[in-house]
Design a protein around this ligand. Structure first.
Ligand SMILES: *Cc1c(COP(=O)(O)O)cnc(C)c1O
Length: 356
């Protein structure tokens, strides 16, 4: 007899680690190609010398630095083991069994999982025909059971971003007791006037989620943060796994904040490369939605898996999404050249169904 686990978790697919092999060009996970800055590496190394001690829990130092950086009160900051854990904490902190969590689909793959793990019900609202959030439909999907709405801006995996007016119109329709999580994992790549922190200032039901994993290049050390009404931030702390943000992660985040200019300068190069890749794909005949993040999305439908497999055979790791599409992270120029060369082969164009 096997020990009993929750039967309702059986429908969550077991985690399948991303493929990897020596020499692979990794364009599947929206990481930066460049490694940590020397100053960040030094901070991590120094912090390692204190590894015998528990971390600063609910850490006072990092939230204070973040509050200073963002111009918000320290009581509004909650840090987490990557912002994915803050997504989980937010659902846990707001939802009883059967409560509803609304999000666009496709969007971040963690939303349905954290929802189901909390015993809540996922309400998936299809994207518009051009792969953006359908905010009218999302507002209409809110019921008296809705506790959280995730709005991923720019959207992972499609890259589409929302305007400030679109978000404001949407928020005006959301009841004040419903939390709207503005997931800004790709904020630093988005060259628009939309800044979740500014939106949060007038709206206590808005929670902004950000991470050091993407533009800050720290995916492997696991640290992100939420900016929320102090009452929500406090409740997040109650469901937080104690000491989940390691001393090394806190040190890396602090050193990265100190090097913000240098790190954010890197995003300009990624954006230039992104536009170059997208233009090359458009010229080749692909459909590529507008993107405000460090990736492009190819809506290849039921050809997605075959396309990603063909790329992998050429050493390129991409991220297929069922029968919806394939997401391709923008890497450095050399990596992107390799992808564009693959994408323009007759074999790839045929697989993608691009008209000759
Ligand atoms: C990558 C990502 C996150 C968070 O990643 P962490 O590594 O857990 O900080 C959150 N939301 C979206 C949409 C992402 O793509």
């Amino acid at each position: 007899m096997t020990p009993r686990t929750r039967p309702d978790l059986e429908t969550i697919p077991a985690y399948v680690p991303g493929r990897d092999f020596p020499g692979a060009i990794k364009l599947a996970s929206n990481e930066t190609t460049l490694g940590p800055l020397p100053s960040v590496l030094d901070a991590i190394t120094d912090a390692a010398a204190g590894a015998n001690r528990y971390p600063d829990n609910g850490s006072r130092v990092l939230p204070a630095a973040l509050a200073d950086f963002l111009g918000v009160d320290v009581a509004t900051i909650a840090v987490g083991c990557g912002s994915v854990s803050l997504c989980q904490e937010l659902v846990q902190a707001t939802c009883d069994a059967g409560d509803e969590v609304v999000f666009a689909w496709r969007s971040f793959e963690a939303y349905p999982v954290v929802t189901q793990v909390a015993g809540a019900v996922a309400v998936k609202v299809p994207l518009t025909a051009d792969y953006a959030h359908d905010l009218d439909a999302m507002a209409a999907a809110i019921t008296d059971r809705t506790r959280v709405v995730f709005v991923c801006n720019p959207n992972n995996p499609t890259g589409r971003s929302l305007t400030r007016a679109e978000i404001d119109d949407f928020l005006a329709k959301v009841p004040e007791h419903v939390v709207v999580a503005l997931d800004e994992a790709y904020f630093e790549y988005n060259r628009s006037d939309v800044d979740g922190i500014e939106i949060f200032r007038n709206r206590p039901n808005v929670v902004v989620l950000r991470t050091f994993s993407k533009a800050y290049g720290l995916a492997g050390v696991r640290v992100g943060y939420a900016v929320a009404d102090p009452a929500i931030a406090t409740t997040l702390g109650k469901v937080h796994i104690p000491f989940a943000v390691s001393t090394l992660a806190q040190a890396a985040a602090l050193a990265s904040l100190a090097a913000t200019d240098e790190l954010l300068a890197r995003t300009d190069a990624v954006i230039a490369e992104r536009d170059r890749v997208r233009d090359a794909l458009l010229t080749a005949g692909y459909t590529v939605p507008q993107t405000a993040a460090n990736f492009v999305y190819l809506p290849l439908g039921d050809r997605s898996a075959d396309y990603a497999a063909a790329a992998e055979a050429e050493g390129l790791l991409l991220r297929p999404y069922g029968t919806d599409g394939v997401r391709v992270t923008v890497g450095d120029a050399h990596e992107n050249d390799r992808f564009v060369a693959f994408a323009c082969t007759d074999a790839a164009l045929t697989l993608a169904g691009v008209p000759a």
